[in-house]
Design a protein around this ligand. Structure first.
Ligand code: NAD
Length: 487
């Protein structure tokens, strides 16, 4: 049984007398590893070491070197793609085909970051725009922040970690990384990969532990300059309240709407929405949760949606053809089932699914729902989707915006005027036309409005958030006399 410890200044902290936490395969409950937990002393040492490494090493590392390390890490991950995919299957229960997708995206994220590390630019200011500025020159440089605290969730244990680590390194920061305690093995292997690719010790320190024990003191530590967090709304809110003067990026939840107008291409929308609602059992922050369908196509859409959903193969996530595996824990599966039962009590109808077996919840389509049900009002984060008819554009925009969240939406129509009108009115961080809300490309700005978060990821935008603008002005002493004549 492998024990995985924290890694601080290149050294693993894995002594026998440490407290441990088991990591289980969510499908069969096999123990797949064990964490040697970090202590408060480890946290203190990790942050201090990251702080020192920033000042001694990282802020002097040239862009071409940071870029090379990121590219080499991408190459190593490409070589070991299958091993990493199997790790995600084991610790997260993500079906193998989706785990492979995650690895491919992670490789791209590293490559984007490698390219962008060499393109962090500033600007030259028109100083003579201000009266008296004629003999001055001004520049804005982008400089790294220092120590970035990265806290990540279980659902994309590799790619969402890389959405923080890769831009942080590209920008020249050091990092203290606290991965989700349910899925720490891919995070551990990733840190090892960076070491192998030549990242100096102390640039990326890893802390194994829970949110309460390690996450909270990381958020409040005064030597940490920024917290970048992906996870749930309650934890995000707590972080926002306790982070003090730090910069904070929060990538939180959603109950994403998808809208099908009467001219939508039903066949392709159904196919995509099956994936969009049920990939990784709906445990995706932009999972399609509310599907609004124009009443003229409601019946044919619903019957085809039910047909394709009930044909999904449920089973062991390591099998090649498995579409639906387990949820992360039995507690979560029970919670989701409870939300279904609650909705049924209030008048909702289960069109397919609804059954739970241990950690596995069958893909479930609900109708007759309303905004007083948790499956509509809150983030369901489970394989449950609701289908709701509508009559007018105005009405459906109201439904879609009736949420505390606003991360991403999908709009299906062939009418470009309508598509643009609706996209403008949706209160979302992102809108896809003729694509599901669940689709994300790793280079577009990504992040929510309302209570879906603060700040943006997508490598270029994360680099902006992980750097500071520094102004440098020069006064040209030789031009003094000429200036005076301009008063
Ligand atoms: P979570 O909030 O329970 O945990 C996320 C991380 O926060 C974990 O590492 C956890 O240990 C840590 N944590 C817990 N309490 C903490 C505290 N008090 N202080 C500091 N850190 C703490 O989330 P999860 O269950 O792992 O992930 C699911 C959630 O993540 C969903 O709400 C989902 O929508 C969201 N998510 C959002 C995005 C996005 O990009 N917007 C992407 C994926 C997941």
């Amino acid at each position: 049984m492998m024990r995985y410890g924290s890694i601080i200044n290149g050294q693993e902290r894995n002594e026998n007398n440490r407290e441990t936490l088991a990591v289980h395969n969510p499908y069969n409950q096999d123990k797949v590893g064990e964490l040697a937990l970090a202590t408060r002393t480890d946290l203190e040492e990790a942050v201090n070491n990251s702080f020192e490494t920033f000042h001694s090493t990282m802020k002097f590392m040239p862009a071409h070197k940071r870029s090379d390390i990121l590219r080499r890490t991408a190459d190593l991950l490409t070589e070991r793609a299958e091993e990493f995919a199997e790790t995600i299957v084991q610790e997260a229960g993500k079906p193998i085909k989706y785990s492979r997708d995650e690895i491919n995206r992670s490789i791209q994220v590293l490559r984007f970051a490698s390219e962008l590390a060499k393109n962090i630019t500033g600007e030259v200011l028109p100083m003579d725009a201000a009266i008296g500025g004629e003999s001055r020159m001004g520049f804005v440089k982008r400089i790294p922040l220092g120590v970035v605290g990265a806290i990540t969730p279980f659902n994309f244990p590799l790619n969402l970690s890389l959405h923080k680590l890769a831009p942080a390194i590209a920008a020249g920061n050091t990092i203290v990384f606290k991965p989700a305690e349910k899925t720490p093995i891919s995070a551990y292997k990733l840190v090892k990969l960076f070491q192998e690719a030549g990242l100096p010790d102390g640039v990326l320190n890893l802390l194994m532990g829970t949110g309460e024990e390690v996450g909270e003191p990381l958020v409040t530590h005064e030597k940490v300059h920024k917290i970048t967090f992906t996870g749930s709304l309650p934890v995000g809110r707590k972080i926002r309240e306790s982070a003090g003067f730090k910069k904070v990026t929060l990538e939180l939840g959603s109950n994403s709407p998808n809208i099908l107008f009467e001219d939508a291409h039903i066949e392709s929308a159904v196919k995509e929405l099956v994936k969009g609602a049920f990939a990784f059992s709906g445990q995706v922050c932009i999972s399609a949760q509310r599907v609004y369908v124009h009443k003229s196509i409601y019946e044919p859409f619903l019957s085809e949606y039910i047909k394709q959903t009930s044909a999904l193969k449920i089973g062991d996530p390591k099998e090649e053809d498995t579409e639906i595996g387990p949820m992360i824990t039995e507690k979560e599966a029970k919670r989701a089932k409870q939300w279904i039962d609650d909705a049924v009590e209030k008048g909702a109808k289960i069109e397919t699914g609804g059954e739970r077996n241990g950690t596995v919840l069958a893909p479930t389509i609900m109708t007759n729902v309303d905004r007083n049900m948790k499956i509509i009002a809150e983030e369901v984060f489970a394989p449950i989707v609701s289908v709701i008819p509508f009559e007018s554009e105005e009405e459906v925009i109201g439904y879609a915006n009736d949420s505390i969240y606003g991360l991403q939406a999908g709009v299906f129509t062939r009418d470009i005027d309508r598509a643009m009108r609706v996209a403008d009115q949706l209160e979302m961080g992102g809108v896809w036309i003729n694509e599901i809300s669940t689709y994300r490309q790793d280079n577009h700005p990504y992040g929510g409005v309302k209570q879906s978060g603060i700040g943006k990821e997508g490598i270029k935008y994360a680099i902006e958030d992980m750097t500071e603008m520094k102004f440098i002005g020069i006064k040209l002493t030789t031009n003094h006399e000429r200036d005076a004549s301009f008063g």
